[in-house]
Write a protein that binds this ligand. Structure first.
Ligand code: ZN
Length: 240
């Protein structure tokens, strides 16, 4: 089974459309979304509809939760708060209902899908240190866990390897489980402004991070036109 895994779309419709075009060219069995469909970007409603119509599984992110009032706005920085207040004015009741029904964590085959650390999904802990990674592995009941939230792609092995994905059954009797951060579709922060998503083949046990060019200028112009903070437009050009 081949999974395409997208995360952190953040209302960036041109980026999501570019990713979906690339996904359509690949031989994919399941399209999964790891949350933060909204926040920061100017097209939240359009992105919710595309995720609802195209994805076979999806989970809730902290910005989705903040929009619903399930997480406090105090948990967000100024840019995030301003964007969520703006987003609340443009998302339909139908869109909110879809977000409300999303689980915090779900499992499909050998893969757990969750926005932040699987150890306590609603705490929105960033997996940025090996301590948090170790805590995540202790909570994990599957061989692989796909995550987002940091907007920085990385593969972490339970043996503390970085970006060295292989079969969890291991080679030479050394099994290893993996945390895969698929990066961000709509607001990459690893210095590469292209949209990112992951392709996981759970039969061949291969994983590829895919990068896709999109109309950054178009999204940036729409952010300014919507009256969202200029910083949210500027950062897209640099991928930070
Ligand atoms: Zn995010």
């Amino acid at each position: 089974m081949r999974f395409a895994i997208i995360s952190d779309i953040h209302g960036n419709l041109p980026a999501l459309e570019a990713v979906l075009s690339r996904v359509a060219e690949l031989n994919i069995d399941a399209l999964c979304c790891l949350g933060d469909i909204v926040g920061y970007g100017p097209f939240p409603e359009e992105c919710i509809r595309l995720v609802r119509d195209r994805c076979t599984a999806a989970v809730k992110g902290n910005h989705d939760s903040g929009l619903l009032g399930e997480s406090s706005l105090d948990d967000f920085n100024q840019l995030g708060q301003r964007a969520l207040r703006w987003t609340a004015g443009v998302v339909s009741q139908e869109g909110l209902a879809f977000l409300r029904e999303l689980p915090l964590v779900t499992t499909t085959g050998p893969v757990t899908l969750v926005h932040a650390s699987p150890a306590n999904p609603g705490a929105w802990t960033y997996v940025l240190t090996m301590d948090v990674a170790a805590e995540s592995f202790r909570a994990l009941t599957t061989d692989i866990c796909c995550i987002g939230h940091t907007h920085v792609p990385v593969v972490i092995g339970e043996d503390l390897s970085i970006n060295a994905f292989r079969s969890p059954q291991g080679v030479d009797g050394h099994p290893c489980r993996f945390l895969i951060n698929v990066g961000s579709v709509g607001q990459p922060r690893d210095g590469d402004p292209r949209a990112a998503f992951g392709v996981l083949d759970a039969a061949a046990w291969t994983y590829d991070l895919v990068r896709v060019d999109y109309d950054v200028e178009g999204t940036a112009a729409a952010i300014l036109k919507a009256g969202l903070p200029e910083a949210l437009a500027r950062r897209l050009h640099r991928g930070v």
